[in-house]
Design a binder for this molecule. Structure first.
Ligand code: NAD
Ligand code: IPM
Ligand code: MN
Length: 350
């Protein structure tokens, strides 16, 4: 029997609770194959006691796993730039997880905040560039304390980086509705975004079967609310994809329902799966976080491993429990706990 070695990093806040539920569900879904979990306590708590989010050899320790399930990183008490740049972002970069795949859809039993919108109209996937762009350490603070004090925050867009994410998005669009929208802001950001647009237009020529359009990110945000039915695959830079993915989650089931995969398409290093949401300090420790996003991230992990039947069974279990509507967390209008919803989903898999 094939046994996959999976690294679990529950992380901070509700990341810990939802990862527990995702493991519960994935273990139940594993049939004809096994999952061998190794848990890492890398977190803000670890930072506060040891001075680092993960050990020096942390990346090496992860590199031999078949996949990684991450809860969330970041919690009040440790500045975000320390926690995220000490764990999440180094993993994405060191493992060439340059695609951040963020599918959203309206699941049965839930309704959109957009009145009158049906599930097919709200199905979208954001292909977010995950390794460069606006997320950069280049820049710095100048003239501290002086009247002219300023900071520079530079972006880095490489030809290789932009081409590969756009190509990935075109390939994905080809397998779906044949529509791809590229989100930029070339009217405001005059170096990086025209470069992206130019590469997008050049690659579009290779995909005559895909309807390719370039949108300004501001107008696209409005369109996602007013006319989401005309969107399917969206490709965007690191920052724009980040913002759009929370918006897309909000117009479908909410942040508690949106999974994501940090994908290394070549398989040279493990890919990492996590919910779109963060550690939610405002509800942490209350046992009421919605575990669905993390469970669906687990389904993406199974699918990435090639276990598509098990992935489909997890999705079906989520859909069944949501449609039944008896066990829902408060964000979905219910009173169930994280663990009750996780168990209800797991129980559909027996
Ligand atoms: P957040 O996503 O943690 O929370 C935003 C809002 O959504 C909160 O009101 C929260 O209660 C709600 N929410 C999120 N997930 C939910 C769930 N599963 N069920 C019910 N409600 C849910 O965003 P934030 O507050 O901006 O960030 C908190 C911390 O998490 C910060 O340190 C941030 O940097 C970090 N963060 C980490 C990741 C990650 O590890 N990938 C992602 C986003 C944010
Ligand atoms: C996400 C998060 C991270 C990101 C933060 C916490 C650095 O918001 O995964 O969406 O922007 O990549
Ligand atoms: Mn985000």
């Amino acid at each position: 029997m094939k046994v996959y070695r999976i690294a679990s990093i529950p992380g901070d806040g509700i990341g810990v609770d939802v990862t527990l539920e995702a493991r519960k569900v994935l273990d139940r879904a594993a049939s004809g194959f096994g999952l061998e979990w190794t848990e890492f306590d890398w977190s803000c708590e670890r930072y506060l006691s040891t001075g680092s989010m993960m050990p020096d050899d942390g990346l090496a320790a992860l590199s031999s796993f078949d996949g990684i399930l991450l809860g969330a990183v970041g919690f009040p008490g440790v500045p975000d730039h320390i926690s995220l740049w000490g764990l999440l972002i180094p993993v994405r970069r060191a493992f060439s997880q340059y695609v951040n795949l963020r599918p959203v859809r309206l699941l049965p039993g839930t309704s959109s905040v957009l009145a009158g919108r049906s599930a097919p109209e709200l199905e979208m996937v954001i292909v977010r560039e995950n390794s460069e762009g606006e997320y950069s350490t280049l820049g710095g603070r100048h003239g501290a304390g002086e009247p002219g004090e300023f900071v520079l925050q530079e972006s880095v867009f490489t030809r290789v980086g932009v081409e590969r994410i756009i190509r990935y998005a075109f390939e994905l669009a080809r397998t779906r509705a044949g529509r791809l929208c590229s989100a930029t802001k070339s009217n405001g950001l005059i170096h990086s975004m025209p470069f992206w647009d130019e590469i997008f237009a050049a690659i579009a020529v290779e995909y005559p079967d895909v309807v390719a359009e370039q949108c300004h990110i501001d107008a696209l945000a409005a369109r996602m609310v007013q006319a989401p039915d005309r969107l399917d695959v969206i490709v965007a830079s690191n920052l724009f994809g980040d913002i759009l993915s929370d918006l897309a989650a909000a117009v479908t089931g909410g942040l508690g329902m949106a999974p994501s995969g940090n994908i290394n398409p070549s398989g040279s290093h493990p890919s990492m799966f996590e919910a779109v949401h963060g550690s939610a300090p405002d509800i942490a420790g209350q046992g009421i976080a919605n575990p669905v996003a993390q469970i669906l991230a687990g389904a993406m992990l199974l699918s990435h491993l090639g276990e598509t039947a098990a992935a489909a069974s997890v999705e079906a279990a989520v859909e069944k429990v949501l449609s039944d509507g008896a066990v829902l967390t408060p964000d979905l209008g219910g009173t169930a706990t994280t663990s009750e919803l996780g168990s209800a989903i797991a129980d559909c898999l027996t």
